[in-house]
Write a protein that binds this ligand. Structure first.
Ligand code: NAD
Length: 253
C-alpha cells in the first residue's frame, strides 16, 4: 500500500536492518531521515540507493549513546523535516543498537553501562525528545531481540536490556495512547548482518546451528525484517499496539 507524504526517522539506517527498513519504506512511497554514527560514505551511498527508488532519505549523524547531543540533533532534525516540506513526522524506528557477549560472572560495569547507554537510555531519551515532533496518530517501533525469550548463555545483559525495552514499549503505548500513537517492539531472531561482528552471517557453524533451531530451516536475512516493519507501520496494522512481535522464522519453538 502506497503511503506518500509520510516521513520516517530510522536510527542506524546506513546498514543492516535499519538500512533495509529505509529501503522497504521507500518502496511504499515513504521518505526517511536516517541516522548513522560514523560511516559517512555508507550513509551517502544509502541516500543514493533510496533516490534510485524515487524517494528521499536524508542522512544525519547521531551517536544514540550520547544523550547530551540530542537537543542539537532535534534542532537539525527539525530543519531536515522542513527541507522535506514537513513540520512533523509519522514513524519513529528505534533500530540502532550494539551487541554484547559475556557471561554474567565476567561482565564488567563498563560493558553493562555501554549497552545500557546505547540500547536503552538512548532509545528512552531520543523518543522523549522527539515526541513533540511526532504526529498524533504516529507510530513507534522499538527493535528488541529473540534473546528476550530464548536464553543463550553470554547474552544475559543484552537480553535483559532488550527486555527492559519491551516493557518500556508497553508503557509508551499506554501513555501515548491518548495521542493515538501506537508503539510496538519487533524482536528479530538471528539475522545475517554486521551485528556481533557479522557472526551469524560469517561463522558457518553458528549459521548452521541457527538454521537447525529455526522452523523455517535457515538463519534470517535483512529482507525478512525490513518489509515486515514497513508493513507494521502501514494503516493495515493500525490496531496492533503494545505488542512484542517476534520475527524469527520460528526460532527455538
Ligand atoms: P548492525 O550492527 O548491522 O547495525 C547496527 C546499527 O546501529 C548500525 O547502523 C550502527 O551504526 C548503529 N549504531 C550502533 N551503535 C550506535 C551508536 N552509538 N550511535 C548511533 N548508531 C549506532 O546490526 P543490525 O542487525 O542491523 O541490528 C539492528 C538492531 O536490531 C539492533 O538494535 C539489534 O540489537 C537488533 N537485532 C539484531 C539481530 C541480528 O541478529 N542481527 C537480532 C535481534 C535484534
Amino acid at each position: 500500500m502506497e503511503q506518500p507524504g509520510r516521513i520516517a526517522l530510522v536510527t542506524g539506517g546506513s546498514r543492516g536492518l535499519g538500512r533495509n527498513v529505509v529501503l522497504s519504506l521507500a518502496r511504499r512511497g515513504i521518505d526517511s531521515i536516517f541516522t548513522y554514527n560514523s560511516a559517512v560514505a555508507q550513509a551517502d551511498a544509502m541516500a543514493r540507493a533510496v533516490e534510485e527508488i524515487g524517494r528521499r532519505a536524508i542522512p544525519m549523524q547521531l551517536d544514540v549513546g550520547q544523550v547530551d547531543a540530542f537537543d542539537a540533533f532535534v534542532s537539525r532534525f527539525t530543519e531536515a523535516l522542513a527541507g522535506l516540506g514537513a513540520a512533523r513526522f509519522d514513524y519513529l524506528v528505534n533500530n540502532a543498537g550494539i551487541s554484547h557477549h559475556n557471561a554474567l560472572e565476567k561482565t564488567t560495569e563498563a560493558e553493562l553501562d555501554a549497552i545500557y547507554r546505547i540500547n536503552f537510555k538512548g532509545v528512552f531519551f531520543l523518543t522523549q525528545k522527539l515526541l513533540p515532533l511526532l504526529k498524533d496518530g504516529g507510530r513507534i517501533v522499538n527493535l528488541s531481540s529473540g534473546l528476550t525469550r530464548i536464553v543463550v548463555p553470554g547474552s544475559g545483559p543484552y537480553g535483559a536490556l532488550k527486555a527492559a525495552l519491551e516493557v518500556l514499549t508497553r508503557y509508551q503505548a499506554k501513555e501515548l495512547g491518548p495521542r493515538r500513537i501506537t508503539v510496538n517492539a519487533v524482536a528479530p531472531g538471528a539475522i545475517q548482518t554486521d551485528f556481533s561482528g557479522g557472526m551469524v552471517r560469517d561463522n558457518p557453524e553458528l549459521n548452521r546451528q541457527v538454521a537447525d533451531m529455526t522452523a523455517l530451516g535457515r538463519a534470517g536475512v535483512p529482507d525478512d525484517i525490513g518489509p515486515m516493519i514497513a508493513s507494521l507501520l502501514s494503516d493495515d496494522n493500525r490496531w496492533v499496539n503494545a505488542q512484542r512481535i517476534e520475527v524469527s522464522g520460528g526460532m527455538a519453538i
